[in-house]
Design a protein around this ligand. Sequence first.
Ligand code: 3PG
Length: 237
Amino acid sequence: MADRLAEDGRSPDDASRLTALLQLTPVVPVVVIDDASRAVPVARALVAGGLPIMEITLRTSTAIEAIGGVAADVPEAHVGAGTVLSNEQAAKAVSAGARFIVSPGLDEDVVSVAGELSVPVMPGVTTPSEVQRAWNLGLRALKYFPASLAGGIPMLKALGAVFRDVRFIPTGGISAANLCEYLEVPSVIACGGSWLTPPDAIAGGDYAVITRLATEAVAIAGRAMGQPTTTANQAGG
Ligand code: 3PG
């Protein structure tokens, strides 16, 4: 796994905070919230499991409210917005309290508005051309999505060999079963995924499941980083 995240040159403070967080806990839960009242307990459950970061996807009508709730009530959970498709969505998410922006694809307008708002942005890429476009926009941390379908670990290694200063956050098809393998790729700074917050657990209010999955992921990340499990848990918690 990469030692550090190259900053995007746009928002050094936020980028540095994100870097520090991902160094401690290189796992980004991707969360879909249908009922805004669930967002705060989900955030607390993740923090309790050692993951003080979450990406709330703008796939539901409640997502902006959910981001606002977490930003206000769980400040220790570094909340960002995912599935950001437009500059309007990016602006709304940041206004609600999102501290980073993630997009499924590369969109210059979204990158631009994130820069204006001084929040780190991680657009999704899968090809060398997209990585090169992002690189020329000044970005050095990119979501690799959908990771398992786009080429997985062999593709990440190939991209990493060419784009030496780019760090990837593979997302899509990642779970506890392959997290360690992905985190061991040198160009990978962190992995994202929805497996940490199963829809049934959120809907049923079974937050202990989320804490257990987060704890398991932190332990796996600790192994990938060559740390004893207890150290990883304490650092993350
Ligand atoms: C994303 O939003 O990044 C992906 O949908 C997450 O993919 P996963 O559900 O396979 O983790």
